[in-house]
Ligand binder design. Structure first.
Ligand SMILES: Cc1cc2nc3c(=O)[nH]c(=O)nc-3n(C[C@H](O)[C@H](O)[C@H](O)COP(=O)(O)OP(=O)(O)OC[C@H]3O[C@@H](n4cnc5c(N)ncnc54)[C@H](O)[C@@H]3O)c2cc1C
Length: 511
């Protein structure tokens, strides 16, 4: 089959107004300005699902603090490959966002990104040994060169006073710290990108419009059945290229597309819940994202973390996410989503993935049964002095993990997966992790697969003009330092030093 070629691909439909569609829209518009791009979103807001600030953790995932990206091998050594991949992808995101700012394609970086140190914190001899080996290994790579490490409680208390205050005396502890970590409001970034494109007449954006169905036409194009949820009127829309950026519901629309590449995929929904601090005095005493080690059986995305968030000009403190099981594929979805996604071609992979993930199932059941007191008890592992009345429970976003057919029937995957028709006329994104942080490299990968000829002949160079690190394998410490300093300047990422109260708490911690 012939792949997409530019002259034929004039009508593009992007399903869903989340960070993925927004990133793809602006990239495509830069690469091929005359494309007619239409975005349909079923909610009456932009980024109302996973990309919304309170539905995700807002971590600019760069492999700095997420211990699940650096598993320990049987011989005790640490595998840092995944952390390097994620860190490299996040550098591309930062470079692309600074390109958007520099070129007035979005404004006010401080609305969506802020400097927030990333720390890993562990306790107990084994985990301290793990973290030390991880730090010794990972700092050999230029992307992680400036990572700090300490086993000294006084030093750690200067970094994260709330975590150290009233901690058990004599307990071995260790922490790593990357000052260049970030907190990102992906919802705000999505809104900025899409609204700017819409105001410049670069895209058509229709909220409260749901894609009900889609079918390939004999001329190779797609016909989408659209419902205007305000007027209840239905109509059809033709497109030469379709991106299914429907978050958790992408699996359902991929199934409806009937492309053979989507056969055998299933989705496993995992819900999330936060503890949100309602006491401003406590919020003020913590300025970092602190990730710990996941419990056995825990899915990687539910590694607990104590996170400073900056949302709509307000600083908030979150702990979680606690995972759970809900049969919905979207927070605003239907309880029938999971059952409705079962098909002849994916039922065996889905059963098989369940059978091979008994510890995960057990973990999720335990999580669902947790009371607020149980959650506060988990929080106290990170913040021993936490008081239940200072924390409220709030629902986070829904994630749908990919189930993929394999030699043993089926397996559960924790990454993201682009499913793309062989002719490049339609693609969808499944999975959620590391997610929004790596949206730029995921969407460039999608463009490369769906438009290979244009990519090789022209677009790769254009991408390199926007994102200087893209496609380079010769990057050294000096390059990363320079790139981080430049993007930090453009994105207003000025590291915050400890405030006075922060310092007082640090000095009053009792070991
Ligand atoms: C609890 C949690 C924590 C997370 N933490 C992080 C983090 O710290 N860092 C990070 O980088 N990533 C994180 N992620 C992942 C990240 O949020 C997602 O990867 C990302 O937001 C996905 O973006 P998206 O555009 O694919 O999907 P979404 O933002 O979910 O957007 C999909 C959109 O499609 C719409 N839609 C669905 N069906 C239709 C239809 N039929 N017609 C029209 N519209 C439709 C939906 O309403 C929705 O608005 C987290 C996710 C969760 C749930």
């Amino acid at each position: 089959m012939r792949k997409n070629s530019v002259p034929e691909t004039q009508e593009v439909v992007l399903i869903g107004a989340g960070i993925m569609s927004a990133t793809l829209a602006v990239l495509l518009k830069k690469l091929y300005p005359t494309l007619a791009i239409t975005v349909y979103e079923k909610l009456d807001v932009i980024s109302g699902e996973s990309s919304n600030a309170m539905n995700n953790a807002g971590t600019g995932h760069a492999g700095f603090c997420e211990l699940n990206y650096t598993p320990q091998n049987e011989d005790g050594s640490i595998d840092i490959k995944k952390a390097i991949d994620v860190a490299s992808s996040f550098e591309l995101s930062r470079e692309f966002w600074s390109y958007l700012i520099k070129n007035n394609l979005i404004d006010n970086a401080e609305d969506f990104i802020s400097a927030t140190p990333h720390l890993s914190f562990v306790w107990g001899k084994d985990d301290v040994n793990f973290l030390r080996t991880r730090w010794e290994t990972i700092t050999t790579h230029p992307l992680f060169k400036d990572m700090e490490y300490s086993e000294d409680p006084e030093q750690i208390a200067k970094w994260i006073p709330l975590v150290m205050k009233d901690r058990k005396p004599g307990e071995p502890v260790a922490a790593t710290r990357m000052e260049s970590g970030t907190d990102v409001n992906y919802g705000e970034l999505t809104r900025k990108i899409l609204l700017n494109l819409m105001f410049n007449n670069d895209i058509e954006l229709h909220i409260a419009h749901e894609i009900k169905d889609l079918a390939k036409q004999t001329d190779g194009s797609w016909e989408l059945k659209v419902k205007n949820l305000t007027t209840k009127k239905k109509f059809t829309k033709k497109a030469n290229f379709v991106f299914i950026g429907a978050g958790g519901k992408a699996i359902t629309l991929l199934e409806k597309s009937n492309i053979k590449e989507a056969k055998g995929y299933g989705g496993f929904p995992v819900s999330g819940e936060w503890l949100v601090c309602n006491n401003p005095e406590v919020v003020e005493q913590h300025q970092a994202k602190v990730y710990g080690k996941a419990k056995i059986g825990a899915p990687p995305m539910s590694v607990p973390h104590l996170d400073t968030r900056r949302i709509n000009g307000k600083t908030t403190l979150l702990f979680g996410p606690f995972a759970g099981f809900s049969t919905k594929f979207l927070k605003n979805g239907s309880y029938w989503d999971f059952m409705g996604s079962m098909r002849k071609d994916n039922i065996i992979p889905m059963i098989s993935a369940g059978a091979h993930n008994v510890p995960l199932t057990k973990y999720l059941i335990d999580q669902v049964r947790q009371s607020k007191e149980d959650k506060i008890a988990t929080l106290r592992d990170y913040f021993p002095d936490a008081k239940a009345e200072d924390w409220d429970e709030e629902l986070a976003g829904q994630r749908v993990q990919v189930i993929q057919k394999d030699g043993k029937g089926g397996a559960l995957k924790f990454g993201t997966e682009i499913v793309c028709a062989q002719d490049g006329s339609i693609a969808g994104l499944l999975g959620a992790s590391p997610g929004a942080s790596t949206a730029v490299s995921i969407m460039i990968g999608l463009i490369q697969r769906c438009f290979p000829e244009q990519f090789d002949s022209e677009w790769k160079t254009k991408i390199q003009d926007m994102i200087p690190s893209y496609g380079r394998t010769d990057l050294d410490e000096a390059h990363y330092l320079n790139s981080r300093q430049n993007t930090a300047k453009i994105l207003s990422l000025i590291p915050k030093t400890l405030n006075t109260q922060h310092k007082e708490v640090a000095s009053s911690y009792v070991s």
